[in-house]
Design a binder for this molecule. Sequence first.
Ligand code: NAP
Ligand code: MG
Length: 500
Amino acid sequence: MTKTTAKTGRAVPAPSAAPGLVVDYAPSIESDKIVTIAPRQQLYIGGQWVKPVEGRYFQTTNPATLAPLSEIAEAGAADVDAAVRAAKRAYDRTWSKLSGRERGRYLFRIARLIQERARELAVLETLDNGKPIRETRDVDIPLVAAHFFYYAGWADKLGYALPGVKLAPLGVAGQIIPWNFPLLMAAWKIAPALACGNTVVLKPAEQTPLTALKLIEIFEAAGLPPGVVNIVTGAGATGAALTAHPLVRKVAFTGSTEVGKTIARSVAGSGKKLTLELGGKSAHLIFADAAIDQAVEGVVNGIFFNQGHVCCAGSRLLIEESVAERVLDKLRTRMQKLRVGNPLDKNTDIGAINSTAELEKIRRLVETGKQEGARYYEPENITLPAKGNFLRPCLFSDVASSHTICRVEVFGPVLAASTFRTPAEAIAKANDTPYGLAAGIWSEKGSKVHAVAAQLRAGVIWANTYNKFDPTAPFGGYGESGYGREGGRHGLLPYLEVVP
Ligand code: NAP
Ligand code: MG
């Protein structure tokens, strides 16, 4: 049993641990022997591994051990230019000349190869990102394959996506992705671009470049023509050079709202198509008639698994007042049983925070939360590994709408809870954010779910579940969560234009 005293001096009663339910698991470590990581990796341009012109490299590390994994080439403006030109050549000479059926065959082949090498990709993603193997194995990589399968199916049916008009690809797509779902974001970007007949220059996040580089082996095994996909690794300046390149016709970006705004400014007036998938501060709404245990599990899944490194994480919790104490008590009890540690252990619920900088940012925001007076709880029974970027999950309750932790995207395992008395109040509080990416509604009453969903300003709304993804469903946000949709039929349109 744990007793935690809030910083504010108000004691948070220790939830009663359910005896007999706490199970100790023996470690079950996934072997990393299946993966080979080259000590130094180059840029992939025009079907060749190329050294960066300026000769600069940076390191990617394993956030769970802080051990270096590989040295990665840093692309400068000249390298980005070469990559974009290679993509343009491939577009003009090969990719735009293929029929949709032929493009689809490449994509189907890629999807099958991803499935064949799923275990290897899952381990590599876990090593570079720090997220639990259970997530990469059961969520990320299956979804990566599913996205390629799904868009492979569309490649020869584009006329049905927007019937009655003639569609054409755009040319070169410049795509920039973040570190939280490295391979899944690469798939979300590359699969629809290729299906529609575009070629690609992709810039992975500097913290997690390894799986995108591994994907090249799969593209080569699938026989993808040189230059159709190019990878330029690097940091923000590399991304900026890519978005600014005049031959890039379409920019797709997933990342922070701040960088998204910079990119929007930089492409303004250029005629480039732009989609932005940005941050979020998504809310769960738990009504008194909800299946409470199911809701608690959904909330835990929505914010604590994956270390809260999810753009659509359910980071705000709104609970109907009459059941609030019950929900919070169950939540605290559940949090005590979360396993934080080695991401390669198949029992791990919460892995490593992706970088030391991110860990410090989360800690700062937690301190602010305590100072601003919300009730604080963390399961102190959880022992953290001595080394690596680990953090206990935590729960703030009695949170006011004005509190920083209720307004700012923490991007960590930090949940901010408050209460409501009427559906109207729940909706008003849920919408009281500049973001609008996702929401979760928990109620056994279908009519209430529909009525509430219709009034929430969020791109994705889950009912009695959370964080469920499907390539057939469009994903995207309102407000500062960005614009444009990825996934589904909607995800094709940003990569096509209507022609006479
Ligand atoms: P970030 O700093 O915005 O970085 C995203 C990508 O943009 C990285 O590849 C980054 O390169 C690159 N970049 C940085 N500055 C750039 C510039 N001026 N021009 C072009 N590219 C630039 O975000 P992050 O810290 O990696 O990811 C976390 C954020 O992404 C969170 O706010 C989260 O909510 C958001 N996110 C949103 C979604 C969604 O679908 N809406 C999904 C995932 C994440 P380097 O990393 O190499 O600096
Ligand atoms: Mg890394």
